[in-house]
Design a protein around this ligand. Structure first.
Ligand SMILES: [Zn+2]
Length: 169
């Protein structure tokens, strides 16, 4: 495989409305493994980090964190997904977003924000396909159990009301 590039390709990216507010979309095809955009931000101190309420903090390493909240950081519009098509890579102190697979024009870009962020902010509201599948599977199994209970009650009622019927020929 070719070595990872750290120069963003010439891809058409657009910020527009997504399922969860604004999102960043690819308007041209992105091949697998391509460098798409840099996640840029301002350096903040540990003290600022502790007080910060920004949702755009990105830890470069144990000593350095950037805040990507400024609007000139277009990558801030990339939403989280538990089944993402992109991934961040830290390279020489900078954060780059690469595609994990081929991305078709019109697809929203997303990457996994990581366990801590997920547990803190997204656990119950994540709208990614994986979480929606999980939630609807959970709902379906509750519905099934309820249906089973109802069917059981109905059968009991029916059994009590009607005398045991012998099969008719
Ligand atoms: Zn999810």
């Amino acid at each position: 495989m070719a070595r990872k590039s750290y120069t963003p390709g010439d891809f058409e990216l657009v910020v527009r409305r997504s399922k969860t507010g604004l999102g960043l979309f690819a308007e041209s095809e992105v091949p697998k493994g391509a460098c798409i955009i840099e996640y840029r931000g301002v350096d903040i101190t540990a003290e600022q980090e502790a007080k910060s309420r920004s949702k755009y903090l990105f830890e470069i390493n144990s000593r350095r964190t950037i805040d990507g909240a400024p609007r000139w950081n277009t990558a801030r519009y990339i939403n989280h997904s538990c089944r993402p098509n992109c991934e961040p890579t830290i390279h020489k102190g900078r954060v780059w977003i690469h595609s994990r697979r081929r991305i078709k024009p019109g697809e929203e870009l997303n990457y996994d924000y990581g366990k801590n962020y997920f547990n803190q902010y997204l656990k119950d509201i994540c709208a990614c396909p994986k979480c929606e599948e999980k939630r609807s599977a959970a709902k379906a199994s509750v519905a099934k159990a309820t249906a089973r209970k109802r069917a059981g009650k109905a059968a009991k009622k029916a059994g009590a009301a009607k005398p045991a019927a012998s099969p008719r020929k």
